[in-house]
Design a protein around this ligand. Structure first.
Ligand code: IPM
Ligand code: MN
Length: 359
């Protein structure tokens, strides 16, 4: 029997609740499809600060490295905002990304027809949206050196560096073009080449890579325009290729097109090591422990894991279809209860409904 090792990182806030549902559903799917899933839960983020004093203990890194995939829920809590930067949960997340060399962050945004009313945009603008944000995840201004704060005569000066090498741009561009080949064959590269040197290089390298992908239509947008276009006419996009910071911002905008950030999964991939699969949303401390969180983004992340990391395509598709059916039947967690219609369910009830479908 095929067997896969998954490191589970429930993290903080709503993380443990949505992890519980996802764990239970994955277990059911593995039985149905006759493969084995070996789960190991490890401390990460704020909960690791509580248990081990740091957000990303070495034992957690070792476990992640020794697994076939990492499934992460969410991390963070405002109560850690006052800690020095290296002790904060977010720093743990950045270290996880760089330690596993997860340079390619894939964030698909696809409208679920029964949810178009939950979007803050009019239905006719969002009903054809089917795009993927390909975000570079281990370089750019998030990791660039020099960075820091220094005292000046009158106060302080703080600085970060936005940096990319040709190699870093080429490898993420290759991912975007390869993905576009299996989709609608369009890549829109987003930069700020009218102002930034780093973006000029980004654009030149992207154009060079596009010569290897003759069937792909490559366009370029400045990031301010891209933000506007995502609201004005989001269905023009197929694959959006962009850098770390721009991708962070644009993927939140794109997420909201679907009505709730609670719906969006992501995969962070390296060249050949284990990938990390996680919802785009955060730990939502305000609703933690109330059993009202939406587990769908994490469940869809688990579906991406089944397909991308384990090649269990049928299992991943079955999970996605079951989620669609439940939404079509009108079941909604509270974040999706726009316009007052729908049958409101809790996080664990969403899990029970799915269990019923998958049995
Ligand atoms: C994301 C998050 C992270 C980021 C934070 C939590 C460090 O916003 O994954 O989009 O900025 O990358
Ligand atoms: Mn973000």
């Amino acid at each position: 029997m095929k067997s896969y090792k998954i490191t589970l990182l429930p993290g903080d806030g709503i993380g443990p609740e949505i992890t519980q549902v996802t764990h239970q559903i994955l277990h059911l799917i593995s039985k149905k499809f006759d493969f084995e899933l070996k789960f190991k839960e490890m401390p990460f983020g704020g909960s690791a600060i509580e248990s081990d004093g740091i957000p990303f203990p070495d034992k957690t890194l070792q476990e992640c490295k020794n697994s076939d995939a990492v499934l992460l829920a969410a991390i963070g809590n405002p109560k850690y905002d006052k800690l020095p930067r290296e002790k904060r949960p977010e720093t743990g997340l950045l270290n996880l990304r760089s330690s596993l060399d997860l340079f390619a962050n894939i964030r698909p945004v696809k409208i679920i027809p029964s949810l178009t009313k939950a979007s803050s945009l009019k239905e006719e603008f969002v009903n054809k949206v089917d795009l993927v944000v390909v975000r570079e995840l281990t370089s750019g201004i998030y990791f660039g050196e020099p960075k820091g704060r220094i005292k000046t005569e009158t106060g302080e000066r703080a600085f970060n560096t936005m940096t990319y090498t040709s190699e870093e741009i080429k490898r993420i561009a290759e991912i975007a073009f390869t993905l576009a080949k299996q989709r609608n064959k369009k890549v829109c590269s987003v930069d700020k080449a009218n102002v930034l040197d780093v973006s000029q290089l980004w654009r030149e390298e992207t154009i060079l890579i596009s010569k290897k992908f003759k069937e792909i239509d490559l366009t370029h947008q400045y990031v301010d325009n891209a933000a506007m276009q995502l609201i004005r006419n989001p269905s023009q996009f197929d694959v959006i290729l962009t850098s770390n910071l721009f991708g962070d911002i644009l993927s939140d905008i794109a997420a909201m097109l679907t009505g709730s950030i609670g719906m969006l999964p992501s995969a962070s991939l390296s060249k050949d090591g284990p990938g990390v699969f996680e919802p785009v949303h955060g730990s939502a401390p305000d609703i933690a422990g109330k059993n009202i969180a939406n587990p769908i983004a994490m469940l869809l992340s688990a579906a991406m894991m089944l397909k991308i990391a384990f090649n269990e395509t049928h299992a991943g598709n079955l999970l996605e279809n079951a989620i669609n059916e439940i939404l079509n039947e009108g079941y909604r967690t509270s974040d999706l209860m726009s316009s007052g219609s729908g049958k409101k369910v809790s996080c664990s009830q969403m899990g029970e409904l799915l269990t019923g479908k998958l049995k």
